[in-house]
Design a protein around this ligand. Structure first.
Ligand code: UDP
Length: 336
């Protein structure tokens, strides 16, 4: 069985009871060709939802959704969600994922990022209002900025540099959350906010300016190129494997009594970036050197979610350990 098939089956198995509520639902996924969006589309299509996948393909990849193109219950629309779009057919759920999310993109495309989470969410919420559809927004741990409370719970209000290099993402996502709450207050929409912590897995880009740390390290290790650590590697992250993340997001989207829920979704296994580099090197049996580069400004020194609320409200818990997830990533790289 290839990696993709195995992961899809795992996500579906982990959904448990909520699986029953998916069939026949009409779901619009913005950013549907991206890393997370494409997994969501695939699971929903497989479970019999009618999936409308919207993506402008500036960072999402058509190859992520190519296998879905001939399914009768899957439609792809190439569109930039910051521009108006109207749907005649009814919609039940809107999942707004559209946004670039890699720190390498923050200084290259800050305006696109701001627009996706302000103008884009405004358009997406307008569609939800017209159809009286449930709305799920994928926010981020970045709304907490350089958190002074670790593990960070949903109550923490953030410590963000509004004029720093990450501002386009952090503040846009904070504004996006504010939009969601405004539509709930003023129009009574059923809304949910997921604050996604670092997530990795197959389909995440490793190459060029886009790569996030795990695919970059694995790609570097497998080709025996230097593993590039930014700073001294003492900064920490807590990495969630994609099958767990998608399970959490779908549980939140399909939870019957979830209106108004704001919840962290991530894995709380914290590791330094230096330790991560060593584990990747070991698992890939790589000869790569470890190379130190300057730390980007405002790179958060620690990040770890408090996931008590997700466990309680969603009955969700991440199951894939970091080592196991890294082994699966290595497998996927070899299969690519
Ligand atoms: N990082 C690194 N080397 C790389 C890429 C990233 O040391 O080649 C570090 C980065 O500075 C950050 C962490 O790894 O501290 C996670 O980076 P990522 O880009 O995955 O996302 P972030 O958590 O910063 O949003």
């Amino acid at each position: 069985m290839n990696v993709n098939r195995r992961e899809i089956e795992e996500i579906i198995r982990n959904l448990g009871d909520i699986r029953k509520g998916i069939e026949g639902k009409r779901v619009l996924v913005t950013g549907g060709a991206g890393f997370l969006g494409s997994w969501i589309c695939e699971v929903l299509a497989e479970q019999g939802a009618k999936v409308l996948c919207l993506d402008n393909l500036v960072s999402g990849l058509k190859t992520n959704i190519d296998p879905l193109m001939d399914k009768a219950n899957f439609t792809f629309i190439q569109h930039d969600i910051t521009q108006p779009i109207f749907f005649d057919e009814p919609l039940d759920i809107i999942m707004h994922l559209a946004s670039r999310a890699s720190p390498f993109e923050f200084d290259k495309f800050p305006i696109q990022i701001l627009k996706a989470n302000t103008l884009g969410i405004w358009v997406a919420l307008g569609i939800a209002k017209k159809h009286n559809a449930r709305f799920l927004y994928t926010s981020t741990s970045e709304v907490y900025g350089d958190a002074t409370e670790i593990p960070t719970s949903e109550e923490y209000r953030g410590n963000v540099n509004q004029i720093g290099p990450r501002s386009c993402y952090d503040e846009a996502k904070r504004c996006g959350e504010s939009f969601v709450i405004a539509y709930k207050m003023e129009h009574g929409l059923d809304v949910r906010i997921a604050r996604i912590f670092n997530t990795y897995g197959p389909r995440m880009r490793a190459e060029g300016v886009y790569g996030r740390v795990i695919p970059r390290f694995i790609e570097q290790a497998l080709s025996n190129k230097p593993i590039t650590i930014f700073g001294d590697g003492s900064q920490t992250r807590s990495f969630c494997y994609v099958t767990d993340q998608i399970g959490g997001l779908l549980k939140l989207a399909f939870l019957e009594d979830g209106n108004g829920t704001v919840v962290n979704i991530g894995n709380d296994e914290e590791i330094t970036i230096l330790e991560l580099a060593k584990v990747v090197k070991e698992l890939t049996k790589s000869k790569s050197e470890i190379e130190f580069h300057p730390l980007p400004k405002d790179d958060p020194p620690r990040r770890r979610p408090d996931i008590t609320k997700a466990k309680e409200i969603l009955g969700w818990v991440p199951k894939v350990s970091l080592r196991e997830g890294l082994r699966r990533m290595r497998e996927w790289f070899r299969e690519k």
